[in-house]
Design a protein. Structure first.
Lengths: 296, 233
């Protein structure tokens, strides 16, 4: 009961002191707001790049053409060979007749040309999906060496370079996000430190009248929490409205290459992350600042 | 064993200054003791040791049976809840009202709101400030601010009231009023009072036990009413 009362009093005092020390609280809130806007932009970029990379990777498949007139036995043999490759996620057999059928539907010209031929000139094939795109080259080399394989096709070179570029960009953005979070923590902690230096008298009196360390720290921790949460409101609004508008303006894709993530529920996840970052950084910032004044 | 006991206590600060040297003294429950001495004689260090703002370098300080020097930093609050402290500079929170300043001491220890109100009003009545509960410290005179500080110190009904030059910033007339308030607390509540001061008029007039400290050494311990007689002799 006593603990609940102390927590209740701390929350009440935290709200009061945000109001009573308004100019410093406002400085902390603004500082949080600005850095969280940057964090939000970085998170949105990182998530979209990751999404684009994933989409490219998902759509990418290897087409394995079999030699002409491959026997059923060889096909079974190739199947078991493919199944034994650890990087192969899935494979589907696609006969030359299926290819023909698909192409007839796809192009009228092709349909006409094929009708002139007596036999189907296409090859039986396997459509293979891989787990790890980075070791695709090795996998393709291995498949080529299997008996009965004619050719193996995938977007050689181009796909790898696009994926690795995206990979690097994504890593850079993640580093930027982490750096921004650290900068936010540092800035908030410093601004709150100013507030607390201004109130060291209050902390001293609390100590002298017999307040335990935890009951001294709690109001400041809640204050940091409140500042962090209030500071995240504007970045959240900017993220939600900004991203929704951006998405509709760009019709869901960026330079024909990157498909943007659907705004809902993505923006809400980002909003949640921003609130959590704001609150945690605010709390730890003020805890760090108040701890210094508690040494007896 | 006395309520407060110092046994061969020395305090040497990090800069090498010896604030107290081998001091031994005992104070009984309910006593009113003045601690006097010149500036930098060590009386503030003596007072601060009682509420564990300073730790002895050597020797033992016990308050109510507790070895003050042995209390861990995180547990000091337990000692502080048994002691009321009055400061020369009042140490009131400027953004809290008189009522809130006094209630602050009880809220800090997690007391229920419904129990806080009567205690705060009692303490404010005892110091004669019941009419000013809604005022902020900057709306009060120096004497009134000191009364608020005393009310905050006694609201928790401490066994010991430690006063560090409480009249240092006040004119003689106001000082007299403050001393009456403190004396009444000693008489009515049987609170042990230890007061550092360099105001000889007060010491002479009040006729209490007096400890004289000079350069960190206890040079005199005068029983109740003996100090003035000794000076005039």
């Amino acid at each position: 009961m006593k603990a609940i009362r102390i927590i209740g009093r701390s929350i009440r005092d935290a709200f009061k002191s945000v109001g009573r020390n308004f100019s410093l609280s406002f400085a902390s809130i603004m500082c949080t707001t600005i850095t969280l806007i940057l964090v939000a932009v970085a998170i949105v970029c990182a998530a979209n790049i990751e999404n684009a990379t994933k989409l490219i990777e998902d759509e990418l498949s290897v087409v394995v053409y079999l030699k002409k007139d491959t026997t059923e036995e060889t096909i079974e043999n190739i199947k078991s060979e493919l199944a034994s490759i650890s990087n192969v996620e899935d494979y589907v057999f696609k006969s030359k007749d299926e290819w023909k059928h698909e192409m007839e539907e796809y192009s009228e010209t092709f349909n006409t040309v094929l009708n002139y031929l007596d036999t189907n000139p296409l090859l039986d094939s396997f459509i293979v999906k891989v787990y790890d795109i980075n070791s695709m080259k090795d996998t393709v080399e291995y498949i080529r060496s299997i008996e009965g394989i004619d050719t193996v096709k995938y977007g050689e070179g181009m796909v790898e370079s696009v994926v690795s570029t995206f990979d690097i960009v994504e890593k850079v953005v993640v580093v930027v996000v982490i750096a921004l979070i650290l900068v936010t923590a540092f800035l908030i902690s410093n601004t709150i430190k100013l507030t607390i230096i201004n109130r060291r008298n209050e902390i001293e009196i609390m100590r002298l009248v017999g307040a335990s360390n935890i009951s001294i720290k709690l109001p400041f921790i809640f204050e940091g929490f409140i500042i962090g949460v209030i500071g995240s409101i504007i970045p959240i609004c900017i993220t939600i409205y900004g991203y929704v508008i951006l998405f509709s303006q760009l019709h869901g894709q960026f330079s024909n290459m990157i498909l943007l993530i659907e705004p809902y529920n993505f923006v809400f996840y980002v909003a949640l992350v921003l609130v959590i970052i704001g609150a945690i950084v605010g709390m730890f910032g003020s805890l760090k600042a108040v701890r210094k004044h508690l040494k007896i | 064993m006395s309520f407060i006991e110092l046994k061969n206590v020395s305090k040497i600060y990090k800069n090498g200054v010896t604030a107290l040297a081998d001091m031994s003294v005992g104070i009984e429950k309910g006593e009113f003791v003045f601690v006097i001495g010149l500036t930098a004689s060590g009386k503030s260090t003596f007072i601060k040791m009682l509420y564990r703002e300073e730790k002895p370098t050597k020797g033992i300080v016990t308050v109510g049976g507790l070895n003050v020097g042995k209390i861990r930093n995180g547990k000091v609050y337990k000692l502080r809840r048994k002691i009321g402290i009055v400061f020369q500079d009042f140490k009131l929170l400027p953004k809290l009202t008189v009522y809130e300043n006094v209630a602050f001491a009880l809220e800090c220890v997690g007391m229920k709101q419904k129990d806080i109100r009567p205690k705060v009003m009692d303490a404010l009545e005892r110091v004669g400030l019941k009419e000013k509960v809604r005022c902020f410290p900057n709306e009060l005179s120096g004497g009134e601010q000191q009364r608020v500080c005393i009310a905050r110190a006694i609201v928790n009904e401490p066994k010991l009231l430690v006063c560090d030059e409480p009249t240092g910033n006040l004119d003689p007339e106001t000082s007299k009023e403050i001393m009456n308030v403190i004396d009444n607390i000693n008489k009515d509540l049987k609170t042990t009072i230890i007061m550092a001061t360099h105001d000889k008029d007060i010491v002479n007039r009040m006729k209490k036990r007096v400890l004289v400290i000079d350069h960190g050494v206890l040079v005199g311990d005068y029983a109740k009413g003996r100090y003035k007689a000794h000076e005039s002799n």
